[in-house]
Design a protein around this ligand. Sequence first.
Ligand code: C2O
Ligand code: CU
Length: 477
Amino acid sequence: MQQSGPLLSRRHFLTAAGAAAVTVALPIHPARTAQAIREFRLMAQSGRIPLLGPGYSETAVWCYGDGVPGPEIRARQGERIRIVVQNRLEQTTTVHWHGLRVPNAMDGVPHLTQPPIKVGSDFTYEFELRDAGTYLYHSHDHGNVQVPMGLFGPLIVEEAEAIPVDRDLTWMLSDWRLTRDAQISSDFGNFMDMSMAGRIGNTVTINARMPGSWSVRAGERIRLRIINTASARLFALSFDDHRPRVIALDGQPVEPHEPEQRLVILGPGMRADLMIDMTGDPGGSYAIRDSFYTGQSYKLADFTYSEDKPLRSRPPEAAIKLPTNTMPEPDPDKAERHTVAFGGGMMGMMGGRGMGGMGGMMGGMRGRGGMWTINGVAATGPAMEPFLMLDRGRSYILSLRNDTAWFHPIHLHGHSFRVIARNGASTRNREWRDTVLIAPRESADIAFVADNPGDWMIHCHILDHQEGGMMGVIRVA
Ligand code: C2O
Ligand code: CU
């Protein structure tokens, strides 16, 4: 690594710096055709990975290619990519490109935007990468089983003009429920999980390995892309003495800022790009902690500083603000308003941050599949009639109201939206997102232009909640 001089703008695999060998994934043969379409291949199949590391048996998983996470799909803004998905599982599947504004037929929702990919057959996705940022892909068929089995991977769209950093790292956080012999517990979609917090596991990993320590060097500037691929776990990350600045949320640039209370909060499906200057001392070790659930704070990993003398004496002056993406700006004055109410579930004892309380059932529960509702309706599958019809090109404000005792990360397909208010008060950053975390009894107003025609899912990204009925369809026509 250089002593000084211009910051490198290209990414460097972590392994190059000698940290725990947690290479994100092998890049798969990006091949350029005459039309400059970058092609990738994802074979969904079963496999085994050393999830817990040496001394433990390997864990049987489902994976894209040979490992978990799936191979990194990385391309530049404006490029077209083609992804051939081969289904070698023993059940149908689809792949969803979470956060990307793709044409509806490429969105990967079984029965709604495409037929499920049959066992032994293939499906080819192809689309243009309109916006730069940090995204993910994951199975969208039997999602509350296939995702926790390992079917997810990172999708990084580089800015046309990269901002200079020394290293560009991607951390996919996931959460596994493992048995004593290091195998994934098969109790998917049980009543407890479905009606309460979802499938919270017992083992948190970064890029599907035990996190351990991450080697860093004093003075480096790191862009850390954090992606929550857990099926239910929420994170509130802190970085000890470091002062990370948030530069993007859900892939979308935001005015660089320090996170509130110095906690980076991430619900399932959500991402944060952090700019972190390694201001610690050579030889030092600094804990990265997750403290989302009251009384269950734990150390996720360490930044372990090498003894090398600092790369530079103070943080670089280079700007860290990312260029804006291509979303049309909604006009709140002309926007049509709708309320979308999320209901159901048990009254929580384990509802999350600061929740106390008693057990007991909400009224109207009809058992599995009908536990969670949107505007009073519990979905039984993704193929359904839209509950909202939006005019293409028009601005909308949806007031998303959480009437339950649980957190819900609500994800809208096909669009990014600005989070303009919470409980009626304007937000500071009016951040663009595709997934908004809504606390119990909270409401969040989101604004966007309905510019992408088609039938789009809106659902909770706690996958047991989605499966339990908290999903609906919005039509843009
Ligand atoms: Cu990331 Cu409909 O999902
Ligand atoms: Cu939910």
